[in-house]
Design a protein around this ligand. Structure first.
Ligand SMILES: [Zn+2]
Ligand SMILES: [Zn+2]
Length: 442
């Protein structure tokens, strides 16, 4: 944890004996963009003196002060309460100490509930320490397309989380066919964000609606384009991130006109790299060349263990997000701050043009230089730059490890990275990484 992102506030309150049996509140100010809060408190609970009895024994120390804890958000809602039982609590959008809600830490005046359950004759001083960690951009990885036994998968959400944890993933999206999920039913974990989703599955195409629990009013059935559009428009209005899944997968191609429905990203990489994914990348390249800005992501479409080459995290979507919360992860995907690699161990890429990262737009008249760093390469990997006019090999890795390169953008348009690898002897190199572009506008 980087210290520059951490702010510590100290608060103190003296409670007189007369206040015993009442609740006090202690305000503090929550700044913007806080990722997590940890609050600890201390007071003298026990009388320090032990009393000697005439027969030479001592009575146990008496608890003379008991102070309860709770927290109220700026809108007046109760975030949680823990009696006197917990001396430290943590809250974020991903995790909260039991007794408290996971929630966005909205800026404004928060109130600590100070419950004066028992207060000694002389009163008691209570000291609070509040640690606030500011959101900042980091790289997180996950899988945006997995099924549970609620549709045709075989694992529970909990089992998938355990698997994701072993793979080192930071987030997974649960995308069962035409099944709404309540995120209240997800087990809570400090280390994994579980994104509620649905794979809206129609005989003419599949789409992911991510991040909202009820993207449309059920049922899912729709027999006309107009009825299908109603579902998409509703998902869009309710704030879902909409992805077009495996557009060329044999048997479940996406047959609706992409110009007639709202969507945010193309799932150009579904499961193992193969012809249908290469076609999807080709479609995306055409759209980019036509001047569209479209984000991409990947998903394993993992259902169970007995399907060859399909495993969770194959592919892995990597996002530059402000926190691991589902909201920040989805915002990063929407913005194209992402790349896809074939497995949770990479490879990895970072590409910048000045301050701009993947998915951003820059003014080409002011910024033409790209800086590219790749890692977890294997000897022989080929790194190529793909633009609206060329596909240029920048490097064939001479050894395993990292590389750093630069590239000058000669015209407005876009620039994106692909890394290709020989995965099986005798078979041409296939992509093991695809990045979103940086866009260059005139
Ligand atoms: Zn599907
Ligand atoms: Zn699926």
């Amino acid at each position: 944890m980087e210290n520059s992102t951490l702010t510590t506030l100290k608060k103190q309150v003296f409670i007189e004996h007369e206040k015993e049996g009442t609740y006090l509140t202690l305000p503090f100010s929550m700044p913007d963009d806080i990722e997590w809060i940890t609050l600890t408190y201390n007071y003298a609970g026990f009388d320090e003196k032990e009393t000697a009895l005439e027969n030479g024994s001592f009575v146990a120390r008496q608890q003379i002060n008991i102070i309860d804890l709770g927290l109220i958000a700026p809108d007046g809602s109760q975030v949680g309460a823990s009696g006197s039982n917990k001396k430290e609590i943590t809250i974020s959008e991903v995790y909260a100490t039991p007794g408290y809600k996971t929630c966005a830490l909205l800026p404004g005046e928060w109130q600590i509930i100070v419950g004066a359950y028992k207060v000694a004759q002389g009163g008691v001083e209570v000291n609070f320490e509040i640690n606030l960690s500011k959101k900042h951009r980091r790289l997180y990885k996950g899988d945006l397309h997995v099924h549970t036994l609620a549709s045709d998968g075989v694992f529970t959400v909990e089992e998938l989380m355990e698997r994701a944890r072993k793979l080192g993933l930071d987030f997974i999206a649960i995308t069962d066919h035409n099944q709404m999920v309540s995120s209240d039913s997800f087990p809570q974990a400090r280390d994994i964000s579980v994104i509620p989703g649905i794979e809206y599955t129609h005989y003419l195409g599949h789409s992911n609606f991510l991040g909202v629990e009820k993207p449309y009013d059920d049922p899912f059935i729709a027999n006309t384009l107009e009825e299908v559009r109603t579902r998409f428009n509703s998902a869009h209005e309710r704030g879902a991130l909409i992805g077009i899944n495996h557009p060329f997968q044999e048997g479940c191609e996406f047959k609706f006109d992409l110009n007639k429905i709202p969507f945010h990203y193309l799932e150009v990489w579904n499961g193992p790299m193969r012809e249908s994914n290469l076609k999807a990348i080709g479609l995306w390249q055409q759209l980019l060349t036509a001047g569209k800005k479209i984000s991409i992501c990947g998903g394993s479409d993992f259902h169970r263990d007995d399907i060859p080459f399909i495993f969770m995290g194959g592919p892995t979507t990597w996002v530059y997000a402000m926190s691991p919360s589902r909201k920040d992860v989805l915002a990063a995907i929407r913005a194209g701050h992402a790349f896809i690699s074939y497995a949770p161990h990479g490879p990895l890429v970072e590409m910048t043009a000045g301050e701009a990262i993947l998915g951003d737009s820059v003014d080409w008249t002011k910024e033409k230089e790209l800086c590219i760093e790749a890692d977890h390469l294997l000897k022989g990997d080929v790194l190529r730059m793909v633009t609206e006019t060329e596909s240029k090999i920048l490097l064939e890795a001479p050894s395993d490890g990292k590389c750093k390169l630069s590239y000058t953008k000669e015209s407005p348009g876009f620039a994106r990275i692909e890394i290709l690898r020989v995965l099986l002897p005798g078979i041409p190199r296939l992509p093991v990484l695809i990045s979103n572009p940086i866009y260059f506008q005139r």
